[in-house]
Design a protein around this ligand. Structure first.
Ligand code: NDP
Length: 332
């Protein structure tokens, strides 16, 4: 098995050299374990949070041990009655080619007739995050004016489409022309944050949504959040999903200078972690998967080839190197 380890916790943007590709001969399968040949690996922004020595809602990666992450692969050997050779499964033994893990952490993939890797993106954790933030946290209602940052990413691109499907007016912030064009094709008002300060971004949001903003789906923080705060309507709800703008910061970043808008607009801002809402996953799938199958919901993937590309795929998330879900495809 080949797998990545982290040699040291990075400060700031992780250097490529910190990720080491190692090889080991796997021991015999223990009772209750399965061996999986991975087809797809997920890289996600939250993994940056596991690259610090600090336990947040998820434990840090252990230095020198195999890194982890969402993955999809084929069972090639099983010592657990729930799985047999040939089963296609999802699990957390990513950042490696062959995973040997307890069957308790392995799930049979749902079968809605979509590409298997969709269960790492639009129908997986990121999709569930979009659905949870919009519905359970922001209580998004038909007719709301909705603002989504990192709107062309894995989470954002579903958030904008779910909001559109509800009959909302939707503004999406993204960083590149092709991403803005995709958003526009989805009926979203596209706004670029590039080369803008918070005031300029706020002005652009106002142009795109003259009636203000009722729901913010925040993925970025930084000037995106600051600009959003100055466009809030009374009673606005802000679901704080992530703040990727600060994940590589070496020192604490200043808060938005206009946080007092929460008071003036009587707005509510709430963070959430999707794992806490996983009991709704099947409900989410039943609602969203048919729309993906019908083509009513569009999704995109950016695919890097080969296990070796995993660190670069991960690091590219912080440079906007992906449209839709960032994935690694293994070529064995
Ligand atoms: P994305 O697919 O959205 O990839 C990240 C994107 O963020 C990039 O493509 C880039 O797009 C944008 N971005 C990166 N850095 C910046 C920056 N400094 N300023 C503005 N935009 C930036 O990732 P995900 O969809 O997987 O995750 C989106 C957010 O959701 C993250 O903050 C993540 O941590 C969070 N999340 C939270 C979860 C929870 O349970 N709370 C669960 C899953 C994700 P662009 O080209 O537009 O700049």
């Amino acid at each position: 098995s080949r797998f990545f380890t982290l040699s040291r916790y990075p400060e700031g943007r992780p250097e490529r050299e910190l990720f080491e590709l190692e090889t080991q001969t796997l021991p015999d399968l223990a009772p209750g374990e399965v061996r999986i040949r991975n087809r797809w690996l997920s890289v996600d922004p939250y993994m940056r949070g596991r690259m610090t020595g600090v336990h947040t809602y998820v434990a840090p990666f252990e230095l020198g041990n195999p890194m982890e992450g969402g993955a999809i692969g084929d069972v090639i050997a099983s010592h657990d009655e729930r799985f047999k050779e040939g089963d296609l499964v999802g699990h957390m033994g990513g950042w490696r080619d062959i995973a040997q893990i307890p069957a308790d952490g392995v799930q049979a993939l749902p079968d809605f007739g979509v590409d298997e890797q969709a269960y790492l993106g639009v129908l997986g954790m990121p999709g569930m995050t979009a659905w949870t933030g919009l519905n359970l946290i922001a209580n998004c209602q038909p007719g709301d004016h909705v603002l989504v940052s990192a709107a062309s990413g894995a989470v954002g691109s579903l958030a904008v489409q779910l909001a559109k499907a509800k009959g909302c007016h939707v503004v999406g912030i993204a960083g590149a022309a092709n991403k803005l064009a995709w958003l526009e094709s989805l009926g979203v008002e596209p706004v670029s944050y590039r080369d803008r300060n918070a005031q300029e971004l706020s002005d652009a949001i106002q142009l795109a949504s003259p009636k203000g903003i009722d729901v913010v789906f925040e993925n970025v923080g930084g000037i995106c959040l600051e600009a959003a705060l100055s466009q809030l309507n009374e009673g606005a709800r802000i679901a704080v999903c992530g703040m990727i703008d600060s994940y590589n910061a070496k020192t604490p970043v200043p808060g938005p200078s206009n946080l007092s808008q929460l008071v003036v607009r009587k707005a509510r801002m709430q963070g959430f972690i999707v794992a806490d809402h996983w009991k709704h996953y099947q409900f989410f799938l039943n609602e969203v998967a048919p729309q993906v199958v019908d083509g009513k919901i569009d999704y995109k993937e950016t695919v890097k080839q080969g296990l070796e590309s995993t660190p670069d795929a991960f690091l590219a998330l912080f440079e906007g190197g992906n449209t839709g879900k960032m994935l690694v495809k293994l070529d064995h």
